[in-house]
Design a protein around this ligand. Structure first.
Ligand code: ATP
Ligand code: MG
Length: 587
């Protein structure tokens, strides 16, 4: 390809909207343009990267026995009603009507349509297992689209769905897909970890996320150095404390004025107490009723654990809001139980609302001589003891924190941040049961198929790869994902320099290398800057000085290493670098 023909409009300045390096660099290097919040156009360089990711995904999935299909992105509501997700999915699901007023949605995922496809034609155990995938755009009306391709509303996802006759078969398929994912992310040249994960809205029992390690990642992951247990903090089991709850006698507490001090930070500063001597009381409404959730002040509530504990499908936080009025309503119009609560000053001592249940996190067990809200505007209680709270049990409701004991072995958790690029779920019969996806087993018995589902964030991988591989000059693509493996950069537009560059370009193409020649009439400095910004892994500079010494200069973008190579050895040397890079070896 000739650079003069590539539509890659690079920008000198970093766009103001850019939140993370990958977002800034994809815009600056001319890979993407924003059309609306979380909705992007992919320019030619980005399409080349996507195709490379897709090719790796296809090869590895085909090897694992999955087959590609193409499903509609416009899906009928009836199928979503069969799985009960039409009500449950919430506002992330983009719903619309056709001209006959029939309801549809734009695919955020495809369990329902896939189940409909398979149940139509698969009747016997002889036809199982079936494992189908597609690579297609998805739409999720994310509440906070952010960071460019990292969390888009429309994005490219590979989604696969497997159907087996029994649990044992489904477990084998799950393992085959897990192994395929390991190979996919290795071949993409990413540093990643598989971690145990929550199953979220998709449902199911067993699940692993594949997390690319990056400081800008949204996900927090804990890992136990002693036993190797690695999990998303949303899921991470903390060792449960034992022993008595509150043996110190209470009744010593007094009320103190704390006007305007509503947050734990403000109360801690005002009362000169560390946060682990303040009780946090969060008011939460759910479809299973209202709760006052108690945590130690330095702890965060884990919404997923709260949902698991209460069986709620939705939860709504009211913490820190201004005092509600008597006719307050929740966002969907129900009367709020929260009316007339002293928000910011809530606490369990003397809490008289019988319609609001108190739930305490395990972390409160270590509290002694602490402060909590007094249920009166502008007042807190101090010198409170656990025996004043009237609680008899605690639960694991908190987000795992640094130094927490591992739920498996008691070792001390270490933390890192990650970007979720893939997710494998063991679904069991979550969809096949309600949607009647059944088959006849060997004995002629009708049984539901046992399913798994498996996602890869194809467009998110593009962003994650940049988060891991960039510097002040631009992107440093891992070679297997780069829009071009090699860029030949002539430092003059004519004469021997241009002819030599053309000859090299031709020979590299003939050697099966994905090469671009920067034939634009730009200054050398601009070509260098663009090559580094776009991130070509191997750059070949053809210039006067080098040619006088009979060679061309090779630069490896990832390391910055430069070296003058004799002309007649150049193609061979570049080939070696490319082949090593394709295997995922860093040059
Ligand atoms: P997240 O927790 O990041 O919202 P998820 O658990 O909702 O992800 P899945 O339903 O498992 O995601 O989707 C499969 C894969 O699709 C994810 O692992 C991720 O890589 C990608 N993905 C999900 N949501 C987005 C998004 N909004 N933008 C880009 N990629 C996404
Ligand atoms: Mg999501």
């Amino acid at each position: 390809m000739r650079m003069s023909l590539v539509h890659a409009p690079t920008l000198k300045e970093t766009p103001k909207e850019a939140e993370v390096p990958s977002h800034a660099l994809l815009l600056r290097a001319g890979f993407i343009r924003k059309e609306a919040a979380g909705i992007y156009s992919f320019l030619p360089l980005a399409v080349r990267v996507l195709k490379k990711i897709e090719a790796i995904v296809r090869e590895e999935l085909d090897r694992a026995g999955a087959q590609e299909v193409i499903l509609p992105t416009v899906q009928p509501a009836e199928l979503w009603m069969e799985s009960q997700r039409w009500e449950k999915y919430g506002p992330e699901l983009l719903r619309f009507k056709d001209r006959k007023q029939a309801e549809f949605c734009y695919a955020p995922t495809a369990e329902e349509v896939m189940v409909a496809l398979v149940r139509r034609d698969v009747r016997s155990y002889r036809q199982l297992p079936v494992n189908l995938y597609q690579i297609a755009n998805k739409f999720r009306d994310e509440i906070r689209p952010r960071a460019g391709l990292m969390r888009g509303r429309e994005f490219v996802m590979k989604d696969a769905y497997s159907f087996d006759a029994d649990e044992a078969g489904a477990s084998r398929t799950y393992q085959a897909m897990y192994d395929a994912y390991v190979r996919i992310f290795e071949r993409c040249g990413l540093a990643f970890r598989p971690v145990e994960a929550d199953t979220g809205a998709i449902g199911g029992s067993r699940s692993h996320e594949f997390q690319v390690l990056a400081d800008s990642g949204e996900d927090s992951i804990v890992s136990c150095p002693s036993c190797g247990y690695t999990a998303n903090v949303e899921k991470a089991e903390i060792q449960r404390p034992t022993g008595p709850l509150g043996s110190t006698p209470g009744g010593k507490f007094t009320s103190v004025p704390t006007p305007g001090k509503k947050s734990i930070d403000d109360v801690a500063a005002f009362l000169s107490l560390p946060k682990d001597r303040i009780l946090k009381s969060l008011y939460v409404e759910t479809d299973k009723g209202a709760f006052l959730v108690l945590l130690r002040g330095d702890r965060e509530l884990n919404e997923i654990k709260l949902r698991a504990r209460t069986g709620a499908t939705w939860v709504e936080f009211k913490a820190g809001e201004a005092k509600a009025t008597a006719d307050a309503r929740t966002s969907d119009g129900r009367p709020a139980v929260s009316a007339a609560l002293a928000f910011g000053y809530l606490g369990p001592v003397g809490f008289s609302r019988k319609d609001i249940r108190i739930l305490a996190d395990d972390s409160v067990r270590t509290l002694a001589d602490f402060a909590c809200g007094a249920n009166v505007e502008g007042e807190h209680l101090i010198s409170v003891e656990l025996s004043d709270l009237g609680i008899t049990e605690t639960h694991d409701l908190g987000m795992a924190g640094h130094g927490d004991p591992c739920g498996r072995c008691g070792g001390e958790f270490a933390f890192f941040r990650g970007i979720e690029v893939g997710h494998v779920f063991f679904l069991g019969t979550r969809y096949s049961e309600p949607m009647g996806c059944r088959f006849l087993d060997k004995d002629g018995q009708e049984r539901p198929m046992v399913m798994g589902c498996y996602g890869v964030g194809v467009s998110r991988i593009m962003a994650a790869a940049i988060e891991q591989n960039h510097d002040g000059q631009g992107i440093k693509w891992p070679l297997p994902l780069a829009p071009f493996e090699v860029a030949v950069i002539p430092l003059a537009a004519d004469g021997t320099i241009a002819e030599t560059a053309d000859w090299l370009y031709g020979d590299l193409r003939a050697a099966g290398i994905d090469v671009v020649i920067d034939d634009r009439p730009s200054r050398a400095g601009e070509k260098f800057a663009d090559a580094d910004l776009i991130g070509f892994p191997i750059q070949v500079m053809v210039g006067k000085k080098g040619l006088e010494q009979g060679g061309v200069e090779l630069k490896v973008r990832a390391t910055g290493a430069r070296d003058l190579v004799p002309l007649d050895a150049a193609v061979q040397r570049i080939r070696e670098l490319v082949i090593a890079g394709r295997r995922g070896l860093r040059a």
